[in-house]
Design a protein around this ligand. Structure first.
Ligand code: URP
Length: 382
């Protein structure tokens, strides 16, 4: 585990600002304060023993006369890879399963209803190498692969909806996808959401490995609420979040893998803005650590070849439709963020701000239809 990396913005602010100023800084940076969620001491002790950070927060909504509160607890998991990247594939996968198993157990102690893991959680983020093997051996069937079966057991045991983002191989045509499998709390595969936008930036050479998703903007009606999964690079696309929300998503998860030099200043803004713009909750999850690869690779930028991608900065957080957000998890440690939210807040904020009602979507639909035509002429008056 890296000890030289900066640990977290929150820790830095808390240790350097006087209390009154800290309050104001946090109000401006994070919006309305999210209350700490009391977690069972057995869970806190287990997280300490298992060497991961455990944090809990809650978002309240106003009491309504006609609708009872709709409280849901979500869990966001960020973690390092467990074994070196040159360990045998199956050993790496199984080691990751054991790590996740022990973190999910703690989530269950905290009453988590829906849990989401990081992007392609069973493997190193090896797409930087441009080597096909052994990385493509980590791909599995979404419906009945080893990892899905593992998650089904966890889901049934803990009565928990599980979002399991994996490298998927569809075995009729051997097509590979970056896919989040959604498993219901009764252990059934409810469906899957394939990564819609594939990055073409830096060392994220993912288009070499898998295809643009074809599952559209599916929303999953679970026992605990309507959820959707916008995988990693999709968070830079406001229309991607928007379409999940148009299909009724109440919580949109964003399992990611991204590094500090590339995206860190954008990280706190994008998922949070999506929560505001779409009157829903968003959950941003990023892996942690620096992953070393045996073969050197270049980044195509004239710099020297290297063995790693840079530091994955964690910092997973949840944002609410009123613009508030939780503090982030650490930039360096494995962690579980438990957040209780009352889904009634979505409609309450929608009634206050009316973004959906004032959206003028049919005008945009017409203008967009024109804008994507090959004979499109931009409307510029000179
Ligand atoms: N995994 C992934 O799509 N990363 C792209 C880089 C980013 O979106 O920050």
């Amino acid at each position: 585990m890296s000890t030289t990396e900066f640990e977290s913005l929150d820790k830095c602010l808390e240790s350097h600002l006087p209390e009154e100023e800290l309050k104001e800084v946090k109000r401006i940076l994070y919006g309305k304060e999210t209350k700490k969620l009391e977690l069972p001491s057995s869970a806190v002790d287990a997280a300490t023993d298992r060497d991961f950070e455990l944090k809990g927060f809650q978002f309240d909504a106003a009491q309504e006369q006609l609708r009872p509160p709709r409280k849901v607890r979500v869990g966001l998991v960020q973690h390092h890879i467990v074994l070196p990247t040159d360990a045998p594939v199956m050993e790496q996968v199984n080691a990751m399963h054991s790590r996740i198993g022990e973190m999910v157990e703690v989530a269950a102690m905290c009453g988590v209803n829906i849990i989401c893991f990081q992007e392609t959680w069973t493997m190193p983020f090896a797409f930087c190498t441009r080597e096909k093997e052994p990385w493509l051996e980590f791909s599995e069937s979404a419906e009945n692969g080893h990892t899905t079966r593992f998650c089904q057991e966890l889901a049934t045991k803990h009565n928990m909806v599980i979002i399991s983002p994996i490298l998927e191989r569809e075995d009729v045509h051997n097509t590979v996808w970056n896919t989040a499998v959604v498993i219901s709390n009764s252990g059934n595969v409810l469906g899957k959401s394939r990564k819609h936008h594939i990055p073409r930036i830096g060392d994220f050479n993912e288009s070499t490995y898998y295809m643009e998703g074809d599952t559209g903007h599916t929303v999953f009606q679970t026992h605990f609420g309507k959820i959707a999964v916008n995988i990693c690079y999709g968070r830079h696309h406001p229309l991607n979040w928007f379409m999940y929300s148009m299909n009724g998503a109440e919580i949109i998860f964003n399992p990611s893998a991204t590094v500090g030099t590339l995206s860190e200043p954008m990280w706190p803004i994008e998922a949070r803005n999506a929560a505001i713009a779409n009157h829903c909750f968003t959950c941003a999850i990023n892996r942690v650590g620096t992953e070393h690869f045996k073969s050197e690779f270049t980044s195509g930028d004239g710099q020297k070849a290297h063995h790693d991608f840079g530091h994955f900065y964690g910092s997973s957080y949840v944002a609410a439709p009123d613009g508030s957000r939780t503090p982030g998890l650490s930039r360096t440690r494995d962690g579980l963020l438990v957040v209780e939210m009352d889904l009634n807040l979505n409609r309450q904020i929608s009634d206050r701000w009316n973004f959906k009602m004032t959206g003028r979507y049919s005008e945009y639909a017409e203008e967009l239809t024109e804008a994507v035509r090959p004979d499109f002429k931009p409307k510029i008056v000179k």
